[in-house]
Design a protein around this ligand. Structure first.
Ligand code: GLU
Length: 423
């Protein structure tokens, strides 16, 4: 039995978006069109079928992908997504964005991404484990510590990484710590990795506020998504003195213009599975959340939630892309024209892959760092990338996205030219 097609959140083809963005970067920064022609395409796309024994004895067959976009600067790096609406082109786009993200952060990695067309919420833990182990076996020749290193993304977590690590290691006959990141602490994960994506986003917000000579105290934020990024970001913002006025999950959200009690709201959701019925808050839809009056809007869930339709009505001054690709290119132009600062995904959510890099290094060296060291080095890397992006934006009179992509693509271009075209 194979699974039925799920309704998609994608209005536009993300791969086309990623390619279009790259062509614009090429024109703006004067990069050789031959090179852009190479970088527009993914180096390798692997599609596999994943027959999985369900608990009732039946067999479901899932489709999985692992795409390597580019390895000019090092082994490819990027998460694995479990979502019912995953497509090959979505995974390709996400792998391209990983190349730019790693490059902007100055990490010695290229970009990759994986995905399985599955709703993980509908599988039992044992089914999820069997599916993950079979997927790992199907892509076992693609991944490895010097080759391609997966990590968590939407719908996957540390347990999934543990199964990938174990399956790969059993096949090699010894533990291979560097094969995935985002592992549980008990088997070589890094302190600070779980919160790293949110922490990086927080550092970016703090840097913009520094530019505006404004403090985070009383900053009004709406957070879309309560997963690993949105949930931790909301909690950290409140700890730093901001007011989180709204938060949501895939089913909908809650709003209180005076501020939400975020720790209680997250505990409530953890217990009951949704925010529905949480005290002192009105229920809102995910669409309504995007349009709330606030200082910072942080879309931390899926792609394409800010579109040509709703971008003219966004009331935030700053949009912080906790998710990958939440703003479509047309929406991006509208926000830019309206003077809204967009902190692009490759900058705003790069904290995760930065600490993945630390985890990979710690694993290879078998020497583990203290959490303060992890966070201090994360801060150094994200803040430096922010400053470079901000300065390029001012010099070129362009958007933060164009500046970030420009820096990133130029670095990959330089590596490609320096290595030369084989043969
Ligand atoms: N999936 C995350 C991202 O989109 C993390 C990738 C990684 O750590 O390799 O950046």
């Amino acid at each position: 039995m194979s699974t039925a097609e799920a309704p998609s959140h994608l209005h536009e083809n993300p791969y086309e978006i990623a390619r279009q963005q790259l062509r614009r970067v090429g024109e703006t920064f004067g990069i050789d069109p031959n090179l852009i022609g190479v970088l527009e395409l993914c180096k390798k796309t692997v599609e596999v079928s994943i027959p999985t024994r369900m608990d009732d004895g039946s067999v479901n067959v899932y489709t999985g992908y692992r795409v390597t976009h580019n390895i000019a600067r090092g082994p490819s790096k990027g998460g694995i997504r479990y979502h019912p609406a995953v497509t090959r082109d979505e995974v390709k786009a996400l792998s391209i964005w990983m190349t730019w993200k790693c490059s902007l952060m100055g990490l010695p990695f290229g970009g990759a991404k994986g995905g399985v067309v599955v709703d993980p919420k509908l599988l039992s833990r044992r089914e999820l484990e069997r599916m993950t182990r079979r997927f790992t076996s199907e892509i076992i020749n693609e991944i490895g510590p010097e080759k391609d290193i997966p990590a968590p993304d939407v719908g996957t977590d540390a347990s999934v990484m543990a199964w990938i690590f174990d399956t790969f290691s059993m096949n090699k006959g010894h533990s291979v710590l560097g094969v995935v990141t985002g592992k549980p602490l008990a088997i070589g994960g890094s302190l600070g990795r779980l919160e790293a994506t949110a922490r990086g986003a927080l550092y970016c917000i703090e840097e913009v506020l520094r530019e505006e000579t404004r403090s985070i105290d009383g900053l009004r934020v709406a957070v879309q998504g309560a997963g690993n990024v949105g949930g931790h970001l909301a909690r950290m913002l409140v700890e730093e003195g901001a007011t989180v006025i709204a938060i949501s999950d895939s089913q909908g959200g809650i709003h209180n213009s005076a501020g939400l009690d975020i720790p209680s709201a997250l505990a409530y959701k953890a217990e009951r599975g949704s925010f529905e019925g949480f005290r002192d808050a009105e229920t809102i839809t995910n669409e309504e959340l995007i349009l709330l009056e606030c200082d910072v809007l942080a879309p931390c869930a899926l792609e394409q939630v800010i579109t040509a339709e709703n971008a003219p009505h966004v009331q935030a001054r700053i949009v912080c892309e906790g998710a990958n690709g939440p703003v479509t290119p047309t929406a991006d132009e509208i926000l830019e024209d309206r003077g809204i600062v967009v902190l692009p995904d490759v900058l705003a959510n790069a904290g995760g892959v930065v600490v993945s890099y630390f985890e990979w290094v710690q694993g290879l060296q078998e020497y583990f760092w203290k959490e303060e060291q992890v966070n201090a080095r994360l801060n150094e890397i994200v803040t430096r990338a922010f400053r470079e992006t901000w300065e390029t934006r001012l010099e070129r009179r362009t958007s933060m996205r164009m500046a970030a992509y420009g820096i990133a693509v130029q670095r990959v271009a330089e590596a490609t030219i320096t290595r030369g075209l084989y043969p």
